[in-house]
Design a protein around this ligand. Structure first.
Ligand code: ADP
Ligand code: MG
Length: 358
């Protein structure tokens, strides 16, 4: 024994490497849900149902009526870097889907029990498959791992059970299941606003009444009213801000934001860039600045902002957990949007004054 000598370097076990990597993508039930939601939306679903037990740690199930997965694709479904959305490097710049790296299901299979029931329109029946560590596994020990034919509707149901069962430290950090459930509802609420035409529901397993439920074919305004309440919706303004060059749009944005009449304690800010829920402290600060000249101190607005930019100007190849985005001409785009908000809010308060005078 040499007290001063270095410890030998050893290669980590493959399964441990995968588990560590998965934990970087799937932080908590809500981050798994975000991936699954994006998959369902990529699959063209118009109805998405979520069922949750123990804040998503015991059970997180998402059922959609999207295009389904072909039976022949099931064996590699949960392998890392398997995707139907990207085949060449140049595709990366033209992406219109949420997913592309084929890592979500793989990651989930390393830190949870994953099963899938899926049916395409042309298939006569559904198939069910179970996954562990990226690979197909039997439903019960001793059985075959082949996907089994079963009854099922068109679409896909993904079931995640016992999330983080094999990473006890992560699991013990997530003991507050009602907090995890609140985060799940928050992600769902935001996607339901951004996808107002899609019907969403979320309930706890065993409960008959959903905690979140939206009909299909709503408008954005109706969805905001339903999910955030009438007090926000009645003071809601809307703006569309675009920039075009050579007859084609360089970028476009749509904003729903409260007028000077609405004052909350904490800002509600929903930011979607190319339909992906993201965070940007810089954009948030710029909007807060607009309102700080309008609202009394301590009061905050509701703002839902959706920006569509050329996929080539967003760096999508950042780490998947890096929700904080950066894109080309960010400052210029932010300034134009903020100027437009400022003008609309000023206009809104003028018309209120005008109402008083008549
Ligand atoms: P990515 O979304 O980056 O491609 P995922 O691991 O999330 O990677 O999914 C892998 C593949 O599984 C997808 O490319 C898609 O073909 C298929 N898939 C996953 N979820 C669904 C779903 N709900 N409906 C249809 N296909 C799905
Ligand atoms: Mg995906």
């Amino acid at each position: 024994y040499e007290p001063s000598g270095p410890a030998p370097i050893r290669r980590l076990q493959e399964s441990l490497i995968n588990r560590i990597a998965a934990g970087e993508i799937i932080h908590r039930p809500a981050s798994a849900l975000k991936e699954l939601l994006e998959n369902s939306l990529d699959a063209g679903a118009t109805a998405i149902r979520v069922t949750v037990k123990d804040g998503g740690l015991k059970l997180l199930q998402i059922q959609d009526n999207g295009c389904g997965i072909r039976q022949s694709d099931l064996p590699i479904l949960a392998e890392r870097f398997t995707t139907s959305k990207l085949s060449t490097f140049s595709d990366l710049s033209k992406l219109t889907t949420y997913g592309f790296r084929g890592e979500a299901l793989a990651s989930i299979s390393h830190v949870a029990h994953l099963s899938v029931v899926t049916k395409t329109k042309t298939s006569a029946c559904a198939h069910k498959a179970h996954y562990s560590d990226g690979k197909l596994v039997p439903a019960q020990p001793g059985q075959s791992e082949e996907p089994k034919p079963c009854a099922g509707n068109d679409g896909t149901t993904i079931t995640i059970e016992n999330l983080f069962f094999n990473t006890p430290t992560r699991l013990s950090a997530l003991r507050n299941t009602s907090d995890e459930y609140a985060r799940i509802l928050d992600v769902l609420t935001k996607y339901a606003i951004h996808n107002a035409k899609v019907s969403f529901s979320c309930k706890k397993a065993g409960s008959s009444s959903p905690d979140l439920s939206t009909p299909s074919a709503s408008t954005t305004r109706q969805a905001i009213k339903m999910l955030y309440g009438h007090s926000i919706e009645k003071d809601l303004l809307q703006a569309t801000v675009n920039e075009s060059a050579n007859n084609s749009k360089v970028w476009s944005s749509e904003v729903y934001f409260t007028s000077a009449n609405y004052q909350a304690k904490k800002m509600i800010f929903l930011l979607f860039i190319n339909s992906r829920l993201v965070e940007s402290s810089r954009i948030k600060r710029a909007i807060e600045n607009v309102y700080s000249g309008i609202l009394p101190k301590g009061a905050a607005p509701f703002v839902y902002l959706s920006i569509k930019i050329d996929p080539r100007s967003v760096d999508v190849n950042v780490h998947p957990t890096k929700k904080e985005v950066h894109f080309l001409d960010e400052e210029e785009i932010t300034t134009q949007i903020c100027d437009s908000l400022q003008a609309k809010i000023a206009e809104g308060s003028h018309s209120r004054v005008f109402e008083y005078q008549t």
